[in-house]
Design a protein around this ligand. Sequence first.
Ligand SMILES: C[S@@+](CC[C@H](N)C(=O)[O-])C[C@H]1O[C@@H](n2cnc3c(N)ncnc32)[C@H](O)[C@@H]1O
Length: 333
Amino acid sequence: MPKSARKNNGGGVSKSDPYSGAASRKKGHSANNVFKFNTDLGQHILKNPGVAQAIVDKADLKQSDIVLEVGPGTGNLTTKILEKAKKVIACEADPRMAAEITKRFQGTPAQKRLEIILGDVLKHPQLPYFDVCISNTPYQISSPLTFRLLALSPAPRSCVLMFQREFAMRLFAQPGTKLYSRLSVNAQMWAKISHVMKVGKNNFNPPPQVESDVVKIVPKVPRPQISYDEWDGLLRICFVRKNRTLRSGFLGTTSVMEMLESNYRTYCAQNNIKLAGNPNRKKKGKVSELVRQKVTKVLVETTELCEKRARMCDEGDFLKLLYAFNQEGIHFS
Ligand SMILES: C[S@@+](CC[C@H](N)C(=O)[O-])C[C@H]1O[C@@H](n2cnc3c(N)ncnc32)[C@H](O)[C@@H]1O
């Protein structure tokens, strides 16, 4: 055996396993060298079995668990999950990868416990039920995937996810820091987040340009008793430009005021509330004025947050805002 092959097959993995250490594989190619990995799809295969095992161990899987794996690739994590869980539902966007993983498990006892969904996980209209999500995340979908997982109700028990380091740090970011964003507020509102481990570039084939981190997201139980859509709708407005004052983000932004007016009309119609004057086109100005007065009251009097910037607001501030707006019949979804 050539020296390089022995070196690559470290970590106690069978030398003949084509998926493990890239022994017989060109850098950035599939196990059988049939296709080149597509880095536009975030195809950086986890080649260190120790890291894959640590990720699965951290998920504290039960034998009865159904696990959603996003982007199984060639199946390095999938194998380890299948050793611990009842079933894996693996959603893979690349048909070549889906074929590779299908082949890998064909004829094995695990085959029946692996369901492969071919397609973009973000476009899947309704993800099937799962207890735990595990993913060496394709980095380009980190943000929408995390938002989607946080919005799920009922929530999964936990999610153990690999992210690029800066993204992981955004999850933990506190008010007033550079990385604080709508993602930070949402993540900390709906879940407890913990850091699992750092993962260096060389654990992947091909190596990505950035360092990675594994984090564990455990949704809060019970779930906060507010609407996810309302909460996120408010945050979207506040974080369009996080350095602006809330006064400017709301009262100084025509599109926001128009949206709130439209939502207020819907709210009134649904609750049989007569709008001041006749809610027809001629009287449109009156409703705009009423909504402006309500927004001003919330920002200036009720919460006194009008001069505060979103980047400095904490969860309590946003909860206060949402409650005060809702009390005035102003909604965000
Ligand atoms: C970082 S690789 C991880 C592969 C494998 N799980 C591993 O750890 O070795 C990301 C995988 O996600 C797939 N992928 C990329 N975008 C996706 C999407 N929107 N939905 C589902 N899978 C996706 C890629 O094709 C790739 O197989």
